[in-house]
Write a protein that binds this ligand. Structure first.
Ligand SMILES: [Fe+2]
Length: 521
């Protein structure tokens, strides 16, 4: 199908428009069509985005025909006080995904929603609008999480997260992994390498069959930043990662992965629009953006993969253990190279300056990986990880400078990717321990993905801008923002290989506005 047609279809199926009745017929479902659950995302003060995707197992006899899906939004869980309803069309060309944007809602309110198709009714989801950007909001509770490799364990973290009373989940990348399932002691995903649109759709369907993940998607809206494994390990821009595919083949694979990501995530149509309007395989999927939670917090979601310059000196994760020696690799600090891409860098600097004018209390960056430098070697023989910010020293310095613009209050950087908890201070100059604290950083462990076997305590001692590190636990972090304090609680599973694993608090940190110093306890 050509991309213009796909975009027209996507536009016609988003929201309340639908295809003429003659274009669809009643489908006989071969299984529960809502077996992949429901989700919401992209919240603003007056809009929510509702998502579902009809399960492939239910569509066996559909013959590829469009399916009409009804939706309802209500004040109450029993749907007696309806707020809005409508119908839309799920089409095979978009993986039978449903994306409904509901505008003109009241600010700072919780709602319930559900979908119907034929005789089937979905689970009920909860979602919320954010406070008006000018409102003095009193509390925001969010969880940050990342990296859920199916074969490494059970998604117990999502089950535990349901009692955290969250306003929003910030998922920071590696929603799925593209590997063939081999050698797992826990569970094995069916199929081989994930390469085609059908492969990615099937892998999402597998992950989304998990009851805990479904329940957490249904519990509150999610905000999204992706990393590499939604496409391929260690890819950068249009350069393939560890599989070594040629550029044309990789571009096609990336386009398929991006489309599948849209189909399976609570994303607005605007995310897909640029991808389909652009020049085919190299087209952009616009994910980065910002949103306000009143004047309490400004959230910036960054894309650290799509516009990234290639890794240098050693190819990320593949040769040389993915680390570089900065004393022998000038390119690691080349100002011409960018982690976010120059356009996104400019957008972020301007957006931060705008937040300064609005006097936002907390400025929160949600991005895919660890920001602070981690020297795995010694002072005399440093080793840096070249796929993370450490492989892009000058670009990191520009980011830190953007955070130091006048009036940008209380930067908080959240990340994932490293499968370990790292908590530290964002430094004006990471090379000087006595340089100013610019903000704080919480980089999360994984939902399941295994940690490396390095000596975490030794690396922590070598890099004193970090105050805490833990590689032993999978889980998530919860950040509560108020006008007078930030509190972050790190939650760790007892055993990720057990479906009924318990969870415990690993550590708790507080930060006061105007004082970028982490206090533990
Ligand atoms: Fe990961």
């Amino acid at each position: 199908m050509d991309r213009r047609h796909l975009l027209q279809l996507a536009a016609s199926t988003a929201g309340t428009l639908w295809l003429p009745r003659s274009a669809w017929s009643q489908v006989r479902f071969t299984d529960d069509p809502f077996g992949l659950g429901v989700a919401s995302g992209a919240p603003t003060h007056d809009t929510v985005l509702l998502w579902t995707r009809l399960a492939p197992a239910a569509m066996v006899d559909s013959g590829g025909k469009p399916v009409t899906v009804q939706w309802q939004l209500a004040d109450d869980v029993n749907f007696r006080q309806g707020v809005r309803s409508g119908q839309t069309t799920a089409v095979a060309e978009l993986g039978y995904s449903v994306h409904v944007e509901v505008p003109a809602l009241a600010p700072d309110r919780w709602y319930h929603y559900r979908f119907m198709a034929g005789d089937a009714v979905s689970a009920v989801g909860r979602t919320r609008t954010f406070p008006l950007p000018s409102a003095p909001a009193q509390r925001l509770r969010l969880a940050y999480a990342s990296c859920q490799r199916w074969e490494d364990g059970y998604f117990s973290a999502w089950r535990h997260m349901q009692v955290e009373h969250l306003d929003v989940v910030l998922f920071l990348g590696d929603y799925l992994y593209e590997y063939p399932g081999t050698g797992s002691k826990v569970r094995v995903p069916p199929g081989g390498w994930v390469l085609t649109l059908d492969d990615y759709r099937a892998r999402y369907a597998l992950y989304k069959s998990d009851a805990g993940l479904q329940a957490m998607h249904a519990a509150c809206p999610w905000l999204l930043a992706w990393d590499d494994h939604e496409v391929e390990n260690d890819y950068a821009g249009l350069q393939a990662g560890s599989s070594g595919l040629d550029a044309v083949t990789f571009a096609r694979r990336r386009a398929a992965a991006y489309q599948a990501y849209y189909e399976n995530m609570p994303l607005p149509l605007s995310a897909l629009t640029r991808a389909l309007q652009g020049l085919g395989e190299g087209a952009e999927m616009r994910l980065y953006g910002q949103l306000s939670f009143g004047r309490l917090a400004q959230l910036y979601l960054l894309d650290g993969r799509q516009y990234k310059d290639p890794q240098v000196c050693t190819k990320g994760g593949k040769q040389g253990g993915g680390t570089l020696d900065p004393t022998r690799c000038a390119a690691w600090n080349d100002p011409a190279r960018s982690f976010l891409g120059m356009a996104q860098e400019r957008w972020l600097a301007q957006s931060l300056a705008g937040a300064a004018q609005r006097q936002t209390t907390w400025n929160v960056l949600g991005q895919s990986t660890l920001l602070g430098t981690r020297n795995f070697g010694t002072a005399q023989a440093p080793r840096l990880w070249n796929d993370g910010w450490d492989g892009y020293g000058a670009a990191r310095q520009r980011l830190v400078q953007a955070l130091q613009q006048p009036g940008v209050a209380n930067p908080v950087v959240l990340g994932g990717d490293v499968h370990e908890n790292w908590v530290g201070h964002v430094k004006a100059d990471y090379a000087r321990a006595d340089s100013a604290n610019v903000g704080v950083e919480f980089c999360g462990t994984s939902i399941t993905s295994h940690a490396g076997k390095g000596d975490t305590a030794a690396v922590l001692a070598q890099n004193p801008h970090f105050v805490f590190a833990d590689s032993a636990h999978r889980g998530y972090g919860v950040v509560e923002f108020t006008p007078t304090q930030l509190t972050t609680t790190l939650r760790g599973l007892t055993d990720v290989t057990q479906a009924d694993s318990g969870i415990q608090t690993l550590a708790r940190f507080t930060v006061l506005p105007g004082r970028p110093v982490l206090e533990q306890g």
